[in-house]
Design a protein around this ligand. Structure first.
Ligand code: NZQ
Ligand code: ZN
Length: 387
């Protein structure tokens, strides 16, 4: 097990009926909030009124910044920064999924910065400080509610880049599994694939294959994501399955999932970010296409040992050799993705194989920035396996 530092200051308030606590929590940090949300789901399911009534009851004023789109874009984040500055908002409240929380993290840092927020994503500027951010999570998927990272798309350049800083952790995240009951099945599936993607990146690219505690945590999160999703799709009103899924997705990217691995590579994410930057597809859908293809490619390079271990622990794979177990594990991923309705091929999302060189070229920007050590030819090979 490699040495590590672990720091995670996010206060989690979890469970039924917890959204009404947002006002009291927000009042600890400021008097005027920029209230950031998406395209309307929170108005249809009662979350918007629960949040705004609680803020009013606690004397927290708010200015609204609505319309964050899935795969949030730079122009909308810039508008949010302007609004936060002009209205002298001293806190940011995100109500929604990863897209809303990520744009809110951008705004929280941008509100205290004199330059353009895209500087945080290109490495031109480091984030020194940010307005306090509080989140009300409505979809289990990204883990953004309990981590310090965030992702934004520059729609002019088709670059989907990430940023992060110690100042970017939410102060508080409220997670009420009841609000996830209005999620369409496709979004439930996208979230499940994303949570699995977060744990497999580290598990399969670890620099230390003897970090048993983290391996076992990863197995447990994977089993929980899979069984909770199966239960939710069979019965969308199953509260305990919703709760288990919500907490599992948070644990899948709050730092714990990679401790002792000595640094991990986010290769599947680097490739997927190009798919969602170029075609505006859901992040989870893109990952379902990339992951099995990358497993097939990586099996030749890294060998079957990790895939065999994962498959035995998570999917109950039995086999006479590691090679057979590894192949069965990849096939178990594909079968489960298909079962929950996630796409497996670029063609299913009408992305032509002829675009593969363009996608690979786009992905190289992140691969180089994240120092992943994968060349363009290899990315094309991975994508061809997903065509
Ligand atoms: O916009 P509204 O109307 O709110 O609808 C949203 C959106 O259409 C809907 N939704 C959310 N909660 C709902 C609901 N519909 C009904 N009932 C509810 N309770 O779901 C749709 C998707 O929302 P979005 O926030 O885009 O989903 P997700 O949480 O998967 O976030 C995806 C974004 O996060 C980034 C992704 O790249 C993508 O841009 N990621 C962020 C990470 C991070 N900060 O740590 C890591 C991830 O790897 C990922 O890259
Ligand atoms: Zn992800």
């Amino acid at each position: 097990m490699k040495n590590f530092n672990f720091y995670n200051p996010v206060k989690i308030i979890f469970g039924k009926g917890t959204i009404e606590k947002i006002g009291t929590e927000a009042a600890r940090y400021g008097k005027k909030a920029l209230l950031v949300y998406g395209k309307g789901s929170i108005k249809n399911n009662g979350v918007y009124s629960a949040v705004t009534e609680s803020l009013k009851a606690s004397g927290v004023a708010f200015v609204e910044h609505e319309g964050v789109k899935p795969n949030p874009v730079l122009s909308h984040a810039r508008e949010g920064v302007k609004k936060a500055k002009e209205n002298k908002c001293d806190i940011i409240i995100a109500v929604g999924g990863g897209s809303v929380i990520d744009e809110s993290k951008t705004i929280a840092a941008g509100a205290l910065y004199g330059g353009d927020v895209w500087d945080f994503f290109t490495g031109k500027a480091a984030i020194k400080d940010a307005r306090p951010l509080l989140a009300v999570l409505t979809i289990p998927a990204t883990g953004s509610e309990m981590n310090s990272g965030f992702v934004l798309t520059n729609e002019e350049t088709s670059e989907k880049f990430a940023s992060g800083s110690a100042a970017s952790f939410p102060k508080v995240s409220i997670m009420d599994p009841l609000v996830t009951m209005t999620l369409p099945a496709a979004q439930t599936a996208n979230g499940a694939v994303d949570a699995l993607a977060h744990i497999i990146e580290g598990y399969f690219t670890t620099k230390d294959k003897d970090a048993e505690m983290t391996d076992e945590l990863v197995h447990a999160i994977a089993r929980s994501v899979i069984s909770s999703t199966d239960r939710i799709l069979a019965n969308p009103k199953d509260y305990n399955a919703r709760a288990s899924m919500m907490w599992s997705a948070t644990l899948a990217l709050n730092g714990l999932q990679a401790l002792g691995y000595g640094g991990v590579s986010f290769i599947n994410h680097a490739i997927e970010h190009s798919l969602s930057a170029l075609y505006d597809i859901a992040h989870g859908a893109g990952l379902a296409i990339v992951m099995p293809a990358w497993f097939k490619y990586d099996l030749k390079i890294s060998g079957p040992e990790r895939l065999a271990k994962f498959g035995k622990a998570v999917f109950g794979v039995t086999a006479v050799s590691d090679k057979e177990a590894a192949e069965k594990t990849i096939s178990a991923f594909e079968k489960w993705f298909a079962k929950i309705g996630a796409p497996l091929r670029l063609s299913e999302l009408k992305i032509p194989a002829a675009d593969i060189p363009k996608i690979a070229e786009n992905a190289m920007a992140l691969i180089n920035m994240w120092e992943i050590g994968c060349d363009r030819k290899s990315v094309e090979e991975i994508l061809r396996k997903a065509a």
